[in-house]
Design a protein around this ligand. Structure first.
Ligand code: ADP
Ligand code: MG
Ligand code: ZN
Length: 476
């Protein structure tokens, strides 16, 4: 039997506000346990929540960036469940009337561009954090995170493969970072994804039963977990078994998912409108004000990069995947106007450097200005492209301008033909047999001679001059 996968994603993004969603406590990460708390986020009886306007602004930005319509009237609801890190006994979320609905993203897949629907975006508060002691039968509760603002972005079950799911997810991630409303750190949990996966025999209209997978902290793990799950369910159905609706956890070490609990249903939560909060009313003027603040988004910027700089698709995708990377690239092109050359260096040497050091482009030891200065040295014939690689490496630890480094290390390219000519002669005199063989037809030996001269000059001889002079002398 041939199966088709059906995937829908629920993404929780932690918003970068300074204070919590319903009180004035700080959202700063890493403070001593329970120091960023007050009666509201501790769930004390008699305390009342007040909505943080910035949270609404941020949710609206995301809604507009994903073509959702924003509801003029939405409500908060109580989602009831007991958990030690949820002192109120309920989470304030949105249910029947979320802030935004009916959006979509256009995602590039191996079958071309595809529209992935966004069912809804809603606001909610995060729960606290439990730490389980591994030595003693004790768990600790830290309520600093309680009340941190989240938006949940729920997709339609429109994806059909792990790669489509991760392309969608990467685009959501990029948009949140471009909007500057979420830091996107997956390992610290500021960007979390639950994947709903089901399979159906190809050609069947009706969806199969879904399992929901949690606990994936990288794009790669999302892909692997979904692929595993598709496999598991297909095999199960093929062998006559039945998929049960449940919540499963991804184990990255064992490379498999395992059952955590049976799936709870909406009615289990006894949702009802939160009587402590007034309905949220958003007018056109507010929407337009937020729309006016939207930056250029990843897809638009990618399209502009393709058009304006004539880049290849892959390069444009890479350069615009993070706003800072795109800014770096454009800052460099602004000074050194050769978009393709800048692209080669940013996607090549620079990306390799950032990767090796595990840092982001904003932490790059080589600024866009210094990279542009280096490229100018190549263009002006001061150094060769090969020497530039060496200078680039020096620049990782040496803060000076590339000119200064080139001068101090004596890396300036030798273009003086008199100087090169005498070196060519020396090499030919030292290797008469090779010269003979070359003249006899072994033209490949040209590379050997060039190599000898580069060795003598530690790579500093202008390669064009070397080639030209060698030819002249050998062909004489
Ligand atoms: P819940 O909170 O109960 O998981 P939501 O409505 O918040 O419910 O999320 C449901 C998610 O599951 C959505 O992303 C939706 O697209 C997806 N989904 C629903 N049915 C299926 C299915 N049969 N197979 C795969 N995904 C599904
Ligand atoms: Mg769910
Ligand atoms: Zn508080």
């Amino acid at each position: 039997m041939e199966f088709e996968a059906v995937i829908g994603l629920e993404v929780h993004a932690q918003l970068k506000t300074e204070s919590k969603i319903f009180c004035g406590c700080s959202t700063a990460f890493g403070a001593s346990p329970n120091t960023h708390t007050c009666p509201v986020c501790l769930g004390m009886p008699g305390s009342l929540p007040v909505l943080n306007k910035r949270v609404v602004d941020y949710a609206m930005r995301m809604a507009l960036a994903t073509q959702c319509s924003i509801s003029p009237y939405s409500r908060f609801a109580r989602k009831n469940y007991f958990y030690p890190d949820l002192p109120k006994g309920y989470q304030i979320s949105q249910y029947e009337l979320p802030i935004a609905e009916h959006g979509h993203l256009m995602v590039d897949t191996d079958q071309g561009r595809k529209k992935i629907g966004i069912t809804r975006i809603h606001m909610e508060e995060d729960a606290g954090k439990l730490t389980h002691d591994s030595h003693r039968p004790v768990s600790r509760v830290d309520l600093n995170r309680t009340g941190t603002p989240l938006i949940e972005i729920v997709s339609e079950p429109d994806m059909r493969s792990p790669w489509e799911a991760s392309a969608y997810l990467k685009q959501l991630h990029a948009i949140l970072r471009y909007l500057d409303i979420c830091d996107g750190n997956m390992e610290e949990g500021s960007f979390r994804c639950d994947a709903n996966v089901s399979v159906r025999p190809r050609g069947q209209e009706e969806f199969g039963t879904r399992a929901e997978i949690k606990n994936m902290n990288s794009f790669r793990n999302v892909e692997r977990a979904i692929a595993y799950e598709i496999d598991r369910q297909s095999t199960l159905v093929e062998e006559g078994g039945e998929v049960i609706q449940e919540t499963r956890l991804w184990d990255a070490e064992k490379n498999r998912t395992f059952s955590m609990r049976g799936k709870e249903e909406a009615h289990d939560y006894r949702y009802f409108p939160d009587p402590d909060l007034v309905p949220l009313v958003i007018d056109e003027a507010w929407i337009e004000q937020v729309r006016g603040l939207l930056p250029e988004l990843p897809e638009e910027r990618k399209a502009r990069f393709l058009e304006q700089y004539g880049l290849a698709q892959d390069d444009a995708v890479f350069l615009t995947s993070a706003r800072e990377m795109a800014d770096y690239y454009e800052a460099c092109v602004e000074i050194f106007n050769d978009p393709k050359q800048v692209c080669n260096w940013v996607t090549g040497a620079l990306a390799a450097l950032l990767n090796a050091k595990g840092i982001s482009v904003t932490e790059s030891p080589i600024s866009a200005q210094r990279l542009a200065a280096l490229l100018k040295l190549i263009k002006d014939g001061v150094i060769s492209g090969k020497i530039a690689k060496t200078v680039f490496e020096c620049m990782e630890t040496d803060e000076r301008d590339p000119e200064a480094i080139v001068k101090e290390k004596g890396l300036v390219q030798v273009s003086d033909s008199g100087e090169i000519e005498s070196m060519v002669q020396e090499v030919l005199d030292a290797c008469p047999e090779e010269a003979e063989a070359y003249r006899g037809g072994k033209k490949k030996l040209m590379g050997f001679f060039v190599g000898q001269i580069m060795k003598k000059t530690k790579g500093k001889a202008n390669p064009q001059t070397v080639n030209q002079l060698l030819k002249e002398k050998l062909d004489k």
